[in-house]
Design a protein around this ligand. Structure first.
Ligand SMILES: [Zn+2]
Length: 216
């Protein structure tokens, strides 16, 4: 379970409770979802999951496992695996019902159906790696029940940034072109004036200029 709360200074925080033990909750900085509909604040699930994973937590099927419990689970499952034979290859190509449920549970938390993409930085791959399953299984269930787009908020933001930079460059280039055009025109004007002056000099001649009180 992850609770959203605010520090005395107002900073958004998350408090994560291990589903398997009674240890102190993990407290960390985490954005909250904009509270349009919900009265109780909720954390941005994708961000909270990523931060917890970085701290060694495992987010699996809507449950959280602290690093200690995860280490215990791994030790137990490794001992178990060494006792049982490997599953036949055919069984590995399809998720079991329980695995499908786990994938669906997690997708429900990290996929924004309204926006049609993953929240935060999650992808089929991150979901698959959290659950320790095949990314293809996640993609299949995600497409069937959630949305066709496997992109996410972070990718969208990056694309927006790139588009903005391209716009800026286009603008710079076009203002550069205007400057060059302006400069060329001025240069032509200057050359035209120069040749005009030369013609006047020739037409008048040194004597005429002296008469008019102009030094040649
Ligand atoms: Zn624990």
């Amino acid at each position: 379970m992850i609770e959203a709360f605010r520090e005395a200074h107002g900073q958004p925080r998350a408090r994560a409770f291990c589903s398997s033990c009674d240890r102190e909750p993990e407290v960390f900085a985490c954005e909250h979802e904009p509270s349009r509909r919900k009265k109780v604040p909720t954390v941005v699930a994708g961000m909270a999951h990523k931060k917890l994973q970085n701290m060694g937590w495992v987010v699996s099927g809507g449950k959280l496992r602290c690093p200690t419990c995860e280490a215990k689970r791994k030790a137990v499952s490794m001992a178990h695996a060494s006792q049982t034979k490997a599953a036949p290859a055919a069984q590995l190509n399809e998720p079991t019902r329980a695995q499908k449920r786990q994938i669906m549970d997690l997708l429900g938390e990290v996929y924004d159906v309204d926006a049609g993409r993953y929240l935060g930085g999650d992808t089929d791959d991150t979901v698959a790696s959290v659950l320790d399953m095949m990314p293809g299984w996640v993609a299949q269930l995600r497409e069937e029940f959630f949305g066709a787009d496997g992109g996410n908020d972070d990718m969208d933001a990056a694309l927006r940034d790139i588009r903005k930079v391209v716009e800026d460059i286009t603008e710079l280039l076009s203002s550069g072109r205007t400057l060059v055009e302006l400069g060329t025109k001025k240069l032509e004007q200057a050359q035209a004036l120069e040749s005009q002056v030369a013609k006047i000099k020739v037409a008048v001649g040194p004597r005429g200029l002296k008469k008019a009180g102009v030094q040649a």
